[in-house]
Design a protein around this ligand. Structure first.
Ligand code: SAM
Ligand code: SF4
Length: 332
């Protein structure tokens, strides 16, 4: 039963929990990780399946969480994923349950995930050209991603969303091509502005491809009209393509931040609550859990962690500091 909420000082209430299940990954997207990978979290610092499910249960049963999305790193490389999904589903039949994934290996697990109670998948795919895919991810796995998408559809894990990041001089001329490919297959494409969350600190405001540019590029090939639904806390600005019903989304996280409507909170694979992707502080729930704290005490720590949430990410602020952890360790 919900007896309090995760409300911050600005009146925003977090109901959407992003849970990172691992910081490891089988791709090396250049905007996320260096080619050689990262120093992975030591095994004993990563939450066990029981610990993850217990924290999610506290969020859902005591703190008003209504949506849980598993992410990483790559959540499909977490061995216990299907079981974690099943146990999370058993907490509440109305919970919205999804994963954000690169889709590698989804051909093997899509049906099991659907049977365990997963509602949807978000798949990250930045190009449909094999050479560009290799340039971005440093792996030749495009066909496996395409097969993973098809397996997700066959398992009923829709509507399937595709997230794409455009990189200057790499795939910034491929927005239209990716949209056409997605439309032909019935996937909902959303472009996301590149954010300063790469481990190598290679992001620059000047080089990033802006939502405005993406929109202008798409408009040359498609007729775009604002979709009727209000934006609410959903970050994507949605446009009807060629009169609809298909839509395309553009998420202007940097140039038109939606922090004022944010309803998210994150749990890292090593059990730290982050009230924002760009937070500089974390709250250690794993330590409390392993020290024998009860659910009440953990819930209280979580509530307190939310009070420190800042009004906005401040990427444009001269004092902006990139968080210590990269996206793959926070959970994108
Ligand atoms: N491995 C999974 C995947 O790629 O979908 C889940 C984790 S990944 C960190 C989550 C999302 O973050 C992906 O859609 C990815 O494109 C996005 N991402 C990673 N680094 C980013 C960055 N610097 N700016 C914007 N999006 C980024
Ligand atoms: Fe892996 Fe996802 Fe990061 Fe790409 S964006 S390296 S798939 S965690």
């Amino acid at each position: 039963m919900t007896n309090r909420t995760l409300e911050d000082r600005y009146g925003r209430v977090a109901t959407d929990l992003r849970v990172s299940l691992t910081d490891r990954c089988n791709l090396r997207c250049s905007y996320c990780m260096p080619a050689e990978g990262l120093d992975w979290l030591p095994d004993d610092s990563v939450l066990s399946d029981d610990e993850v499910v217990r924290l999610i249960a506290i969020g859902v049963q005591q703190l008003g969480i209504r949506e849980v999305r598993f992410t990483g790193g790559e959540p499909l490389v977490r061995r216990g994923l299907v079981d974690i999904v099943r146990r999370t589903r058993s907490l509440d039949p109305a919970l919205e349950l999804s994963i954000t994934t690169n889709a590698l290996g989804l051909t093997r697990t899509a049906q099991a995930l659907a049977d365990a109670g997963l509602n949807r998948v978000n798949v990250s795919l930045d190009t449909v050209r094999p050479d560009t895919f290799h340039e971005i991810t440093r792996r030749d796995r495009l066909q496996d991603v395409v097969a993973g998408l098809e397996a997700a559809r066959a398992a009923g894990l829709g509507p399937i969303k595709i997230n794409a990041v455009l990189l200057r001089g790499v795939n910034d001329d491929q927005a239209g091509e990716l949209l056409r490919w997605s439309l032909e297959r019935g996937y909902d494409l959303r472009f996301i502005e590149q954010m300063p969350l790469d481990a190598q600190h290679g992001w620059s405001r000047e080089a990033m491809v802006t939502a405005e540019e993406i929109f202008a590029q798409l408009e040359r090939e498609f007729d775009l009209s604002p979709a009727a639904e209000p934006r609410g806390s959903a970050p994507a600005e949605l446009f009807r393509v060629d009169g609809g019903p298909a839509t395309v989304g553009v998420i202007a996280s940097v140039t038109r931040p939606f922090c004022g409507d944010c309803d998210r909170v994150r749990l890292t694979a090593d059990g730290q609550v982050r009230n924002c992707l760009f937070a500089r502080e974390e709250s250690d729930l794993r330590g409390a859990l392993r020290a024998g704290a009860g659910d009440e005490e953990i819930a209280e720590r979580w509530v307190v962690a939310m009070r420190g949430k800042r009004a906005g990410h401040g990427i444009d602020d001269p004092t902006f500091l990139q968080p210590d952890r990269p996206m793959s360790a926070i959970g994108g």
